[in-house]
Design a protein around this ligand. Structure first.
Ligand code: FAD
Ligand code: NAD
Length: 472
């Protein structure tokens, strides 16, 4: 018991101000509820401050810098280009600040009361919030838990904030490291590894499984792996770090794996990015009557409600995929369900984008998953090398693949690797959500010359009559 502590009340209390929490708070306020949001760090959560947005700002700048050399073939010679990394970082910070202050303004404009503090359940309907100089209790009618996730720590590679780091620190370096070892060839490892390679670092990726991006269609990954090779990124598969020693001016690392047994490397920095774990261990969930599974995730029903009918949970704390757009959608569902609207998390599919070079984007079933689910899948594929727009922008690597059911023609999945895949996937997602067939897609007139024409042609390939490639 804290002396002098008083109790406030809230219709809806949101814990966590990331893309799950702040979206839920705004939607709940739009629906007429009085909303309090508690955030212990910065509004915007991991995504806006230490994840999606800063990483994509660095990816975009690294890509523009890297492409300068290639402009020579088009008559532009910029061999004198120089890199001022402090300005690269300043630009990234500016983008983050613009977005986070925009979100703070939106919360204010919706009369959401924002408290900077750490919340912990003390009973089924009350949390204690510890602020910088005081603490108070908040009794809620409904609560939405959106506390997100943090980097998983490997016991033999504990971050020291300097030489061995997680993604937060790797987004803030004041200079590209000379040699960067990336442990984990997943989303973050490949996105940030590519960034630093393009800024001039030597990069080595160490991945424990036999594949980069495990779980992603190997045909898509193969294209990225080839580009990594062209970029001279060293990749060690089925390999782990056996030992690491901190030296005065760097790290001494010994790898263990089929192509790197006892291989010793020296490096300046090591980025450890082997997955994320939910922030549910220090929330007092027992007091609220909520249990977590063995990986720390909170179980919810289709309205995002937990075992305690007063409490909802959204975003990274409820499980994979740990993606910002999934968190935001769940936030809207929770807010609407609390308002008594007939909302449920019943989407056909959630798209996933990996901002590698080239980008990978996927929605729905792969060919293998479609077979496993009992479909007789038809695969229509179209290469960007045969797309006019791709040729004009000099980005012809990769392809679009549309998976459909042979009997009904219904589109089951869309997968691609190539230019602007992150943007192109929206059309595939809409097609899946609307229950479109490959004929629907093939009969939709697409503007020329554009990259989405590759989707149209992949649909035509499924129907056996692509125009711009020969039928095999
Ligand atoms: P978070 O964004 O993690 O927000 C949770 C918030 O809760 C945090 O601000 C935290 O401070 C606060 N909090 C925690 N505990 C408490 C407490 N007890 N009291 C008060 N506040 C608390 N996803 C994508 O979709 N696209 C991408 O391009 C992408 N890139 C990424 C790049 C990196 C480097 C990383 C690390 C992640 C990336 N992600 C990306 C994943 C994405 O950031 C997460 O899926 C998303 O942020 C989850 O949103 P959330 O609202 O569940 O939680
Ligand atoms: P990840 O799960 O994508 O990749 C982790 C990788 O580390 C895997 O390939 C795994 O096999 C490997 N690994 C595990 N233990 C290892 C070990 N001891 N040695 C070597 N390799 C090991 O995790 P992440 O890259 O940390 O990203 C976390 C999550 O954040 C992602 O799963 C995704 O949900 C989200 N994210 C999304 C985006 C995006 O949407 N573009 C970008 C970044 C992060």
């Amino acid at each position: 018991m804290v002396v002098g502590e008083f109790t406030e009340s809230a219709d809806v209390l949101v814990i966590g101000g990331g893309p799950g929490g702040y979206v839920a708070a705004i939607r709940a306020a739009q629906l007429g509820m009085s909303v309090t949001l508690v955030e212990r760090e910065d509004i915007g959560g991991v995504c806006l401050n230490r994840g999606c947005i800063p990483s994509k700002a660095l990816i975009a700048t690294a890509d523009q810098y890297y492409r300068l050399a290639g402009l020579k073939t088009r008559g532009i010679d910029v061999t004198q280009a120089s890199l001022d990394f402090s300005r690269v970082q300043a630009h990234k910070e500016q983008v983050v600040k613009k977005l986070t202050s925009g979100v703070a303004g939106l919360l204010k404009g919706h009369n959401v009361s924002v408290i900077r503090g750490t919340a912990r359940f003390v009973s089924r309907d009350t949390v204690r919030v510890v602020e910088e100089y005081e603490s108070k209790k908040i009794q809620f009618k409904k609560c939405i838990v959106a506390t997100g996730s943090r980097t998983k720590i490997l016991p033999n590679l504990v971050p020291d904030g300097d030489r061995i780091v997680g993604s937060t620190e790797a987004l803030q370096w004041d200079a590209p490291p000379g040699h960067l070892i990336v442990v984990g060839g997943g989303y973050i490892g490949l996105e940030l590894g590519t960034v630093y390679r393009k800024f001039g670092s030597r990069v080595t990726v160490v991945e424990a499984t036999p594949h980069l991006l495990p779980g992603v269609d190997p045909a898509l990954v193969q294209v990225v792996q080839k580009r990594l090779k062209d970029l001279e990124v060293s990749v060690f598969l089925s390999t782990t770090v056996k030992t690491v020693e901190r030296e005065r001016d760097g790290l001494n690392i010994v790898l263990e794996g089929p192509k790197a047994d006892a291989l010793s490397l020296s490096a300046d920095k090591m980025l450890v990015t082997v997955g994320r774990q939910p922030n549910t261990d220090d929330l007092g969930l027992d007091a609220a009557g909520i249990r977590v599974d063995d990986r720390g995730f909170i179980a919810v029903d289709t309205t995002m409600r937990t075992a305690n009918p007063l409490i909802y949970a959204i975003g990274d704390v409820v499980g994979n995929p740990m993606l910002a757009h999934k968190a935001s959608h769940e936030g809207q569902v929770a807010a609407e369900a609390i308002a008594g609207l007939p909302a449920a998390m019943d989407v056909v599919a959630i798209p996933a984008v990996i901002f590698t070079d080239p980008e990978i984007a996927s929605v729905g079933l792969t060919e293998a998953q479609a077979k496993e689910s009992g479909y007789d899948p038809v695969v229509g594929r179209f290469p960007f090398a045969a797309n006019g727009r791709a040729l004009t922008v000099d980005e012809t690597t990769g392809f679009v693949q549309v998976i459909s059911d042979k009997t009904t023609q219904r589109i089951l999945g869309v997968h691609m690797v190539g230019p602007e895949a992150s943007n192109l996937i929206a059309e595939g997602t809409l097609a899946l959500e609307m229950g479109a067939t490959v004929t629907d897609l093939a009969l939709t007139v697409h503007a020329h010359p554009t990259l989405p024409e590759a989707l149209l042609e992949a649909a035509e390939a499924s129907l056996g009559h692509p125009i711009h490639i020969l039928k095999r």
